[in-house]
Design a protein around this ligand. Structure first.
Ligand SMILES: Cc1cc2nc3c(=O)[nH]c(=O)nc-3n(C[C@H](O)[C@H](O)[C@H](O)COP(=O)(O)OP(=O)(O)OC[C@H]3O[C@@H](n4cnc5c(N)ncnc54)[C@H](O)[C@@H]3O)c2cc1C
Length: 475
């Protein structure tokens, strides 16, 4: 057993843990990261990157097919083997060697193994060969262990060897048919990907697809999946079994049954906090860690424990977790270097946007790009709102982008302050429209001022002018 001291110990070398350590190191703290699998985390190897690598080739093909003249040049089927090979390149064949020079260059130490809290500012790491390394932090420990797929308690499901998103994003042999239980982002994206890869897809979604977003999102994605041959059912599975021939049968509460080669469970996430020693510091294993805007965990004496990224359940997205990671790294360093300062010098950079101003993109067909509150969420939060809708296909830039472009846009306005609380775009290639909306919402830019942010002609960004005109017409 060895015992080593650092200023900061970070548990988990996903995108978030890397950012916490990087920002703290840049502020002169000596940091170590503990990682039990691959440096880069789920995002790099089983989530964001491989899923987007699977979705990009069919999306590029569809973009060409939507434009006369280009359409004629894209006549063959998708080359599935090439799609999977390109995905393999993006995940470096599940080898993290390429990430190590960055850690070394940044001056961050790495200990490989499973880390558990062993008391105040102490972490015990069990290495692959069974050794124990004890790490002591002079100042703080940051838990950045992420989340894992939640397997719901449906009779027979666990024994039916279901896929999680990891199996879907690392697929080697595309199944003839795939049933997907769930209706969130993972379900929508994987349904889009596997339809394109040639599986017969059935989505079983209790509340329909993308129910947490504006209804224009789920409606459009469902329509397109159905047009592409997928089945989208509203229902709840009540039993699952894998038969002798190897197929999985799912019984629904409606009495319907669905049979498929594989079943993917996409019903949410659970925190990776069950086996990280929380019980040794008076917290409950297996729960999400509740934090303040500096990412400090509530209820820990001495305030030495931080949690950033998925494990705190604020916003289960890489970009938002990295934003938290930057905030945590700066907060930890500031509290070390200027502990007596009344006003925290980093407080402007605390993770305040997590509450109502989170941008996200669903890379389905069509794409859904959204920031901030939906109309329902804004009303529930007590805002006096007006909802402005506009047909994204009616904008001249959209028509040029694709023949017969179909899309939708919605802006939710806070009537008392004249600012946008939320914006949603649905349509092909809307992901790149999102950041302007993020700036408008996070910057609380008055709509009267946005009027002077003139969108270039002929681009899809002219949707902004149309939304503002529609808003003014309703005054
Ligand atoms: C299919 C899918 C697609 C997604 N696509 C997107 C997307 O396009 N864009 C987006 O923004 N978000 C996306 N997400 C969400 C995104 O993957 C997560 O928000 C992000 O990975 C969270 O980063 P993290 O660092 O908190 O956790 P992770 O990336 O999960 O990293 C946590 C790390 O901690 C390690 N670890 C865990 N426990 C221990 C321990 N006890 N000791 C040592 N190490 C430990 C793990 O091995 C892992 O490497 C997607 C999620 C899924 C499931």
């Amino acid at each position: 057993m060895t015992d080593v001291q650092y200023d900061l110990i970070v548990l988990g070398a996903g995108p978030v843990g890397e950012n916490v350590a990087d920002y703290a190191t840049q502020a002169s703290l000596k940091c170590v990261i503990v990682e039990s699998e691959l440096v880069g985390g789920d995002c790099s190897f089983w989530a964001c990157i491989p899923s987007k690598a699977l979705l990009r080739p069919p999306s590029a093909r569809d973009a060409a097919r939507r434009v006369a003249g280009a359409r004629e040049a894209v006549t063959g089927p998708l080359d599935v083997a090439a799609v999977l090979a390109r995905r393999d390149e993006f995940v470096s064949n599940w080898d993290d060697a390429g990430s190590l020079p960055w850690l070394e260059g940044a001056g961050i130490d790495l200990v490989r193994g499973h880390g558990r809290l062993a008391g105040e500012r102490r972490v015990e790491v069990t290495t692959a060969d069974g050794d124990t390394v004890v790490l002591t932090a002079r100042h703080a420990v940051a838990v950045c262990t992420g989340s894992a797929a939640l397997i719901p308690n449906i009779p027979g499901l666990a024994d039916a060897n279901p896929w999680t998103s990891r199996d879907a994003t690392s697929v080697k042999d595309v199944p003839a048919s795939l049933a997907i239980i769930g209706g969130g982002v993972v379900a929508a994206e994987m349904a889009t990907a596997f339809v394109a890869l040639g599986s017969e897809v059935t989505v079983i979604a209790r509340s329909g697809l993308l129910a947490g977003l504006e209804d224009i999102a789920g409606d459009a994605v469902t329509k397109r999946l159905r047009a592409d041959g997928a089945t989208v059912l509203h229902g709840s599975p009540v039993g699952v079994s894998r038969g002798g021939a190897g197929d999985v049968t799912i019984e629904l509460d409606s009495g319907e049954t669905v049979t498929a080669t594989e079943v993917l469970v996409a019903t949410g996430r659970t925190p990776r906090s069950a086996d990280i020693g929380l019980e040794r510091i008076g917290l409950t294993p297996g729960e999400w860690l509740t934090v303040d805007d500096s990412l400090r965990v509530d209820g820990v004496d001495g305030g030495w424990l931080y949690a950033a990224g998925d494990v705190n359940h604020r916003a289960l997205l890489t970009h938002q977790g990295k934003y938290q990671g930057r905030a945590a790294g700066m907060a930890i360093a500031a509290r070390v270097t200027a502990p007596t300062t009344e006003a925290d010098p980093w407080s402007d950079l605390a993770a305040s946007a997590d509450h109502e101003r989170v941008p996200s993109v669903v890379f389905s067909e069509p794409q859904v790009a959204s920031i901030g509150l939906t109309a329902d969420a804004a009303a529930k939060a007590g805002y006096r709102t007006r909802v402005v809708d506009y047909d994204l296909g009616a904008v001249s830039g959209s028509g040029l982008h694709a023949d017969g472009y179909e899309g939708a846009a919605r802006m939710v306005v806070d009537e008392d302050r004249g600012v946008a609380l939320g914006v949603t775009f649905v349509g092909a290639d809307v992901a790149e429209l999102l950041h302007a909306a993020t700036i408008a919402v996070v910057g609380e830019v008055p709509l009267s001022r946005l009027w002077h942010a003139v969108p270039a002609f002929p681009t899809m960004s002219e949707i902004w002018l149309r939304l503002l005109e529609t808003y003014r017409a309703g005054e």
